[in-house]
Design a protein around this ligand. Structure first.
Ligand SMILES: *[C@@H]1O[C@H](CO)[C@@H](O)[C@H](O)[C@H]1NC(C)=O
Ligand SMILES: *[C@@H]1O[C@H](CO)[C@@H](O)[C@H](O)[C@H]1NC(C)=O
Ligand SMILES: *[C@@H]1O[C@H](CO)[C@@H](O)[C@H](O)[C@H]1NC(C)=O
Ligand SMILES: *[C@@H]1O[C@H](CO)[C@@H](O)[C@H](O)[C@H]1NC(C)=O
Ligand SMILES: *[C@@H]1O[C@H](CO)[C@@H](O)[C@H](O)[C@H]1NC(C)=O
Ligand SMILES: *[C@@H]1O[C@H](CO)[C@@H](O)[C@H](O)[C@H]1NC(C)=O
Ligand SMILES: *[C@@H]1O[C@H](CO)[C@@H](O)[C@H](O)[C@H]1NC(C)=O
Ligand SMILES: *[C@@H]1O[C@H](CO)[C@@H](O)[C@H](O)[C@H]1NC(C)=O
Length: 746
């Protein structure tokens, strides 16, 4: 069963890979996808990664280690292992001459005998300095502060993309040098990929493009290196690397950069149905998907034309930046040159005084065009960062334009290396110091906005009393986040589970807040109840009902516990399914758990199953728009919905998938229900309600078949929920099981 599933999954990925390659005009000559610190081949479900040993000039002085904190919200490959060293080390890649994408993946974490905060190093590639005295933990923490902890993956890992040109006869050499004797260098993943020669370097037969604020033309010479600062899909969602033919670029959504000055700025989908014909020539310039959405002000004429569409991008001072604008005219009202003309300002300077996309495309609608502009951001005293602004606004006069509107489909921003020094590296950010102290009574150091009415706020003194000052004899579990203690609150009268998140860093903070916000609003028999939290003195602590029988996994594998009876298993499954059903359809919003697995299903003294660990949950699409939530892929590998993984589309069916995996874990008889949960397409999976009904039916069957039947105690089931009579059951059951055998879209 499982084997068939894995095989078809592999085949599916293979086909996906193959079909995207078929469409492309460009085939990268060199593709290296290196998971550092590993040996042999591995796969993240999308791409094959190989070990790094054969590319290391010498392994002397280097070690490969796994991060001691394996956060479940980061991608295991390439981030879980690293190559580390306290002395210089080199990688050498045999590549063809020409420009290459060079992508670096870092996970600043603690590694055995390498402390997170001691990483500081310089990275060079041939003559270029990419990173200088790079304090990785400091960057990760600053990035987390910038992202306002909105994205757990972004707060923990660092990704950098460069473009370097390799001359004839050269190899691509990557040198890592620790900054000082007490520091070390590390790297988790490296990608080297050839790209078309004229993609970002200005072809020799072209004269260059506007450098704003000057009268000179600018061109990107092959003697410079580029760093991708931003690459956005304007008005649309992220386009993940696997959707970008052959070049695997990541097109982020623009949310963090677009300034919503008023409510009048539209993000009208240019081509909502995806039916319009779009020509991108050559096709590797950008994925077609980029042009199906746009940010604009509305051609209708009802909006305030005199406001600007505004974006702001933080960049390092002292460098020249190249901005590439992507456009494609699809609007049914715009059919001729002059129909839609607008201004483009970069850094408050006029870059284009009569942008006219149909003019650039020679009056062809649906033909993608792009324009480059350069801008110098000078050094300014000790200032490290600068907010680079982009503004667009339309002509107002009906003489100069038919419709008053400006629009944008996509944007790329590159930093260009300094001419003399070949440097691309910026300074380290200032340390992030958000913490406030007050130490005796309960405070909220992190100033998170946390509910205090729905759940109890504990002081650290109370928590210490409950756990005898975190005595290790009280530890009942541990994970990447820290330890779980059994404690007694209220003068020792009430047993509780106390989850103490690892101290100090920003890591885990967003999961902490998310869990509190989710759980304090949700009360259900089959969800673990949050009693309260403690946010004192840099601690992040969660207090839950104590679950006497631990997690489901411990009763399934390698355990001395007596094995669960079939009926017990079924009841546990029904309980967990009900908890999930409540999340999907019982609460105010659809809540998608995103990390359903056997360790997250807990059992109380009476074997009642409760779903736990809401740190990764997301509020899903509401009833009105059954759209989908797009987000960085999170969750535990193996339990992850392939549809979610491929399309980055999160729906409540993603939980159904993970639940299906839970059903398989040694529940042989429920395999069929499991199989339907694991249908490749979310639409073919049953809803959580169907799953509850199917399981209940299975339980009924089991009960009638069971000769030495013991009484089923009603209290195991909460009757207030959808409970079907045994008569109505038969018909329903037949329908549901026929659906399992032959799933049809609903
Ligand atoms: C890794 O995969 C490549 C391509 O399929 C193959 O040539 C190579 O032998 C594999 N290496 C190992 C160690 O399995
Ligand atoms: C790494 O490469 C650089 C540049 O080729 C070279 O100068 C240096 O000696 C190499 N270092 C090691 C440790 O091999
Ligand atoms: C990195 O920055 C942090 C915060 O300023 C500092 O504590 C740490 O010592 C730095 N690490 C190195 C190796 O310089
Ligand atoms: C402009 O928008 C309004 C309100 O949405 C609509 O009623 C009207 O028909 C639109 N006009 C044109 C010319 O599209
Ligand atoms: C739009 O931005 C430009 C550049 O900053 C500025 O000169 C212009 O006044 C702005 N227009 C409006 C209406 O805000
Ligand atoms: C850039 O803008 C953001 C948001 O408006 C602000 O918080 C930040 O301080 C600005 N940075 C600089 C260097 O001006
Ligand atoms: C928490 O943040 C709010 C609003 O951002 C601010 O008014 C308040 O002073 C902050 N409280 C503390 C303790 O820093
Ligand atoms: C705990 O004991 C103290 C002293 O005996 C008493 O004042 C307090 O009310 C008790 N608290 C609870 C929650 O029972």
């Amino acid at each position: 069963m499982t084997i068939t599933f894995t095989t078809s999954l592999t085949l599916f990925f293979l086909l996906l890979h193959f079909s995207t390659h078929l469409q492309a005009n460009y085939f990268p000559e060199d593709i290296f996808t290196i998971s550092c610190g590993t040996t042999g081949n591995s796969s993240d479900g999308q791409r094959r990664w190989t070990g790094d040993e054969e590319y290391l000039s010498s392994q002397d002085g280097t070690v490969s280690e796994k991060a001691t904190t394996q956060s479940f919200s980061i991608n295991e490959i390439p981030y879980s292992t690293a190559r580390l060293s306290r002395s210089q080390f080199n990688y050498s890649f045999p590549v063809s001459p020409g420009p290459k994408f060079l992508r670096l993946f870092f996970y600043p974490a603690d590694y055995p005998s390498f402390s997170r905060s001691h990483a500081s190093f310089t990275v060079q590639s041939n003559q270029f300095t990419l990173l200088n005295a790079f304090n990785a933990s400091l960057h990760a923490d600053a990035q987390a502060a910038d992202a306002q902890a909105a994205d757990a993956q972004a707060t923990k890992t660092i990704f950098r993309e460069y473009v370097v040109n390799v001359n004839d006869g050269e190899r691509l050499i990557l040198t890592f040098t620790p900054s000082h004797p007490n520091s070390y260098a590390f790297i988790n993943g490296i990608e080297v990929l050839s790209m078309p020669t004229d993609l970002y370097y200005t072809p020799p037969n072209e004269i260059g493009f506007t450098q704003v604020g000057t009268t000179t033309l600018y061109s990107v010479e092959t003697s410079s290196a580029l760093q991708t600062e931003y690459r956005i899909n304007s008005g649309g969602q992220q386009i993940p690397p696997q959707n970008d033919i052959c070049l695997f670029r990541d097109w982020a959504d623009e949310e963090a950069f677009f300034i919503k000055e008023n409510q009048q700025n539209n993000d009208l989908p240019a081509d909502m149905d995806g039916k319009m014909s779009i020509t991108v020539s050559p096709d590797y310039l950008a994925p077609k998907e980029l042009f199906r959405t746009a940010r604009n002000q509305g051609t209708n004429g009802t909006l305030n034309k005199m406001s600007n569409l505004t974006w702001v991008f933080p960049v390092d001072c002292g460098f020249t930046y190249v901005l590439r604008f992507h456009f494609c005219e699809l609007d049914p009202l715009i059919n001729d040159m002059g129909d839609r003309r607008f201004f483009i300002y970069i850094n408050n300077q006029l870059a284009e005084d009569r942008a006219d996309v149909l003019k650039w495309s020679e009056k062809q609608k649906g033909v993608a065009v792009h324009r480059n502009y350069a801008v110098m951001i000078p050094k300014n005293g000790n200032q490290k960062r600068f907010n680079l602004s982009l503004q667009m606004h339309p002509y107002e006069s009906s003489v100069d334009t038919t419709y008053s509107d400006a629009f944008l489909n996509g944007l790329e921003i590159f930093k260009i290396s300094e001419d003399q020094s070949n440097n691309l590296a910026g300074p380290n950010p200032d340390p992030w110091t958000p913490l406030l102290f007050s130490t005796t009574k309960s405070t909220n150091d992190y100033n998170f906005s946390l509910p205090s009415d729905q759940c109890r706020q504990f002081s650290l003194v109370e928590i210490k009393a409950a756990t005898k000052n975190f005595d290790s004899v009280f530890i009942v579990g541990e994970g990447g986040f820290g330890h779980v203690y059994k404690g007694y609150i209220d003068n020792g009268s009430i047993p509780v589970a106390i989850k103490r998140l690892r101290q100090g860093s920003q890591q885990g903070a967003c999961e902490f807040v998310n869990e509190i916000q989710m759980l304090s609003q949700l009360r259900h028999r089959h969800l673990v109840s949050l009693i309260g939290y403690c946010c004192d003195n840099k601690e992040m602590i969660l207090v839950y009902d104590f679950m006497g029988r631990g997690n489901l996994r411990d009763h399934l594998y390698g355990t001395d516990n007596p094995s669960l009876s079939w009926k017990q298993r079924l009841k546990i499954c029904i309980g967990a399914a009900r908890g999930l059903r409540y999340l999907h359809s019982g609460a105010k919003h659809v809540i998608i758990h995103r990390d359903v697995k056997t360790t997250n299903i807990l059992l109380n003294e009476k074997w009642v199953a409760k779903v736990s660990d809401f740190g990764l949950s997301k509020i899903g699409p509401n009833e009105m728009s059954k759209a989908h939530v797009s987000t960085a892929v999170k969750g535990s590998f193996g339990y992850l919905d392939p549809e979610y993984f491929i399309r980055q589309r999160l729906t409540e069916k993603s939980d159904v998938y993970s639940f299906g995996v839970v059903l398989f874990e040694c529940f042989a008889m429920i395999c069929e229900i499991g199989i339907s949960c694991l249908s490749q397409e979310g639409i073919q999976r049953p809803s959580m309600n169907d799953v509850v009904l199917m399981l209940e039916s299975a339980l009924k069957l089991q009960e009638s078949a069971d000769e030495s039947e013991e009484e089923v105690r009603e209290d195991v089931f909460d009757i207030e929920e959808h409970h079907i009579s045994s008569k109505a059951n038969d018909k329903l059951m037949l329908e549901l099981f026929s659906e399992i055998v032959d799933p049809k879209p609903r």
